[in-house]
Write a protein that binds this ligand. Sequence first.
Ligand SMILES: Cc1cc2nc3c(=O)[nH]c(=O)nc-3n(C[C@H](O)[C@H](O)[C@H](O)COP(=O)(O)O)c2cc1C
Length: 400
Amino acid sequence: MKQAAAKHVTIGIGGGISAYRTLELIRLLKKNEASITVAPTKAALHFVTELSLETLSQNACLSLPLQTNNGQISHIEEAYQSDLIIIAPATCDLIAKMAHGFADEILLQTLLSFQGPVLIAPAMETHMWQHPATQANIETLRNRGVQIIGPDNGDLASGRQGLGRMASVNALFEHILSALTPKDFAGIEALVTAGPTVENLDPVRFLSNHSSGKMGVALARALAQRGALVHLVHGPLSVAIPELSNIKSYPVRSTHDMLEQVLELAANVQLAICCAAVADYRQAKIAQEKIKRSEDTITLSLVKNPDILARLGQTSPKPFLIGFAAETANLEINAKAKCQQKNCDLICANLISKSNPAFATDDNEVLILDQKGPVLHIKSQRKDCVARLILDTVHQRLVF
Ligand SMILES: Cc1cc2nc3c(=O)[nH]c(=O)nc-3n(C[C@H](O)[C@H](O)[C@H](O)COP(=O)(O)O)c2cc1C
């Protein structure tokens, strides 16, 4: 089941140029199975059409302030039905009206009738954003519990550059999912490692592996959505890190770099999930010049890298520790042994096979074990669903 399934989101749109980007947000939410009502202001309908909004949302727009639907008062019914209201773009005019309780648009009437989470994505020219009136209104809304997303620095409608650009559609999407998720990991600080590490051979070549970082990033994202503060230590990733303020990114390259960063963070976290596919060996001496293509064969001299998981297992106080094990045979026996040897609380084991390559794919099949044996078999499914199921198991065992 998609995360937004069975949720109803009201999307308010203000009269700003960036309204066209909100069409993409509607599409993304629909793809995630949310039901949507769009409430554009009169000004917004100069920028985007009701036809586009109704087609993408597959629902009638709420656009007339004095609107009933089969005798029911539309803004009241929408407020009761909705799980979340997001306003994107939030114009300085809408922000001012919200701060002072105006109700001359159906969107504003709905907001006043609504008791759930409200998110706004301000978008305007820099001076409008920085104006003391706008800033005072933003402060009023923030104090009232409204979540303010952005604005970003970047290209503005006038052709100038600066602060005031609406936050990215991906950031808005991530914040919506996060706001819809119960915060059962609130107060937890977590460390997640993800992706491959990279060991240089010479100035242009390196040793690494096929890890994309998708599983580790899915775990970081799920943890952040559930309220944890996440320190994501990662090698080069082939997926984007979710734009959530409670995910802190620490890019590293070699296994040594990763170990150093992990140990620096370890003392402050209650939970550590080691999902990175670290390079177990490195070149004994990195060549200063490019290795020439003159010999028929060359010999690499590799030395063992430090074992990050085992080092975390020896720390005191030790965080609740979860390792990942990729095995090509004897999954249960090898994974259980690894759990015991590395002093982990849980191991997530992947049997690497043709049907479950695990690396760089969107799906994964995982067997969760503790030091006594199997705990849960997670059938092959999307990594974001696997991440949520792993966290459910962690939540049952982690003492808060
Ligand atoms: C071309 C154009 C672009 C505009 N872009 C913005 C904008 O990005 N942000 C903003 O706050 N106002 C913008 N405005 C001004 C708003 O459209 C105006 O304040 C309007 O009354 C807002 O109505 P609403 O808040 O009910 O949607 C723009 C106006 C024009 C003519």
